[in-house]
Design a protein around this ligand. Sequence first.
Ligand code: AMP
Length: 211
Amino acid sequence: MDIVLMGAPGAGKGTQAAKLETTLHCKHISTGDVLRAEIASGSELGRKIAAVINNGDLVSDEMMLSILKNVVSGTDKRIIFDGFPRTVAQAEMLDSMLKELGRKLGKAVMIALPEAAVISRLSSRRQCRLPNGEVHQIGPDFSLQDCAAQNGEIFSRPDDTPEHVAHRLAVYHRQTEPVIKFYQAAGVYAEVNGDQTPERVFESLLSVLKD
Ligand code: AMP
């Protein structure tokens, strides 16, 4: 059964989803990555998306759904959704899309993190772009030295500046937090403490997903 990974920006969803993908042999779908790939393709749609993302706002539910449908229908594996749904409307759309495709959501897990930790993580977050276009987040799995050794370029996401972080958090509180109630009502909601080492967060996730 499929999994939704929830959490404020910077809670560690991307890092944990990538580890879960390897350990549980599932497919990790990050809507942020899907959107950034569309931007990198240089398409007209990508240009529209860039304007929204760089402002820290959410891409429209309709646009999100049409982009996501192609990715989801292309796999038979169990899926980990990272960064989706971000609104109650998206959660409802996900429900009907999964039903249509004969799939089912098993758990929606929140990586919970105090707001001060979110702000400090996002403002110190750095990325490395390799000459082949791959992007890695600088952290325990990919260090500054790894980046330098592979001739990578260090950069910060344009939406990680202090003003954009404040705006993204406001958007998160207003639009994404109500999704918690939606999944609580559906009986699939669980929470893990995100304010611990990535290894401990991963163990907590595995244990919640076993239930
Ligand atoms: P992320 O990498 O998950 O932090 O996403 C980066 C940005 O992509 C967000 O701030 C939004 O602008 C956009 N985005 C990602 N996922 C969604 C979604 N499910 N709905 C709307 N916008 C999204």
